[in-house]
Design a protein around this ligand. Structure first.
Ligand code: NAD
Length: 379
């Protein structure tokens, strides 16, 4: 029987989601319960690691991730720590011969991301990014339809990821607002996701023209405190982008989207058709075929809703008619990483994909600082 023993590094908001998703995978695919296990967990402090191990139900915990990497009973590590530690942990894990699953954004900057992509290649370990939103069947169907030519020549595209998580000026500082820990603001946090969706469904990005802005420039150092600290990263990022094939589009990213709970969507317009997907309707892909007859009285032309629903190939439960959600998409992203290891095939999204997203974000930041269009760096 194929087995994978995982060392989980970081057990905050998303570490918990990953842990729950690993446990769910055997139920989704009819696998033995012990085929996927979390063999150990590391956080920054032994005390929090102990609590995490109690929740997860694993025996080994540590306040030093190097101890996880030293364990021969761990095949792969899952990096769920703040962005400034991804590179250091991934390089050490590659050196220790562990497969690596890493949260987005891949790194703090292009140089780190390039080092990581090169290190996993050199070590011959499997390495995958957590770009979980790719793993809705409707998004995979969008990619298939693009490949099949449904949209034809892409005229333009539009991507949006708005949340309202920072609209209160009383929301205190956290690592997500400190440049030396996070690398970038809304662009890195939310932008990485929508940029990856567009890259996955469309093509490589070639150049961007971006404007980034910090709307609330100071925040309390802690909840309720009158002492304030400067916010060092963007709250909002507005991008014009040009793809390698010449198509133009816009990408809007904001943590200040009042009323937007988790508003993620994309639209693609071409000479033969159009595609739309919205996370608020995750089960459905909207498709417009301009070749459909438009007469009489509009014929049958118009946007159709394709029932992509929960059609994960090989899934045993739930039934395909059930809508996928955030947890199911994370589980699928993790399952594809595990299958890449078991079946010895390339990972997708790879660290090279994570590096491409890092290059787009870097170009957007440079454009915002210096003005004008910036071509993606290729170091
Ligand atoms: N894909 C998604 O849906 C999604 C959602 C949220 C966060 N994220 C990403 O996940 C990562 C973590 O975010 P979060 O919200 O869970 O953060 P968090 O602050 O809630 O948790 C961070 C965890 O990492 C641990 N940690 C920090 N430095 C460490 C180190 N050097 N060694 C071991 N453990 C360390 C902390 O103890 C804590 O357990 C970030 O990169 C973030 O961008 C992704």
């Amino acid at each position: 029987m194929q087995k994978l023993r995982i060392g989980l590094i970081g057990y905050g908001g998303i570490g918990r989601v990953h842990a729950a998703a690993y446990r769910a995978i055997p139920f989704h695919y009819g696998l033995p319960a012990d085929s996927i296990s979390i063999a150990g967990v590391a956080t920054t402090r032994e005390q929090t690691a102990k609590r995490a191990a109690e929740e997860i139900g694993c025996d080994f915990y540590t306040g030093d991730y190097h101890e996880l990497l030293a364990r021969p009973d761990i095949d792969a590590v899952d990096i769920c720590t703040p962005n400034n530690s991804h590179c250091e942990i991934a390089l050490a894990a590659a050196q220790a011969g562990k497969h690596i699953y890493c949260e987005k954004p891949l790194a703090m900057n292009v140089a780190e991301a390039a080092r990581m992509a090169q290190a996993v290649e050199a070590a011959g370990v499997k390495a995958q990014m957590t770009f979980n939103f790719r793993f809705f069947p409707a998004v995979a169907r969008a990619r298939q339809l693009m490949d099949a030519g449904l949209v034809g020549r892409v005229f333009s595209f539009r991507g949006r990821y708005h949340r309202s998580s920072y609209i209160s000026s009383e929301k205190p500082m956290s690592w997500r607002l400190q440049r030396e820990v996070t690398g970038g603001g809304a662009l890195f946090d939310l932008g990485a996701h929508i940029l990856d969706l567009l890259y996955y469904v469309l093509d490589d990005f070639a150049a961007v023209n971006g404007t980034l802005e910090t709307l609330i420039k100071q925040r309390p150092v802690a909840a309720g405190s009158s002492e304030k600290a400067p916010v060092e990263v963007d709250d909002i990022a507005l991008l014009h982008a040009r793809l390698a094939d010449g198509a133009l589009g816009t990408v809007e990213v904001s943590r200040m989207g009042t009323g937007a709970t988790n508003d993620l969507c994309f639209e693609i317009f071409g000479d033969k058709g159009a595609i739309r997907w919205d996370l608020d309707e995750p089960a459905w892909l909207q498709v417009y075929d301009a070749r459909t007859a438009d007469s009489p009285l509009g014929g049958e032309r118009g946007f159709q809703r394709i029932e992509a629903a929960g059609r994960y190939p090989g899934q045993r439960a739930p039934d395909w008619t059930m809508s996928p959600d955030f947890m199911r998409a994370h589980a699928e992203c993790q399952y594809q990483f595990i299958r890449a290891i078991w079946d010895d095939r390339p990972t997708s999204p790879s660290f090279a994909d994570g590096l491409h997203i890092q290059r787009i974000m870097d170009a957007a930041e440079r454009s915002s600082e210096n003005g004008g269009w910036v071509e993606l760096a290729n170091e």
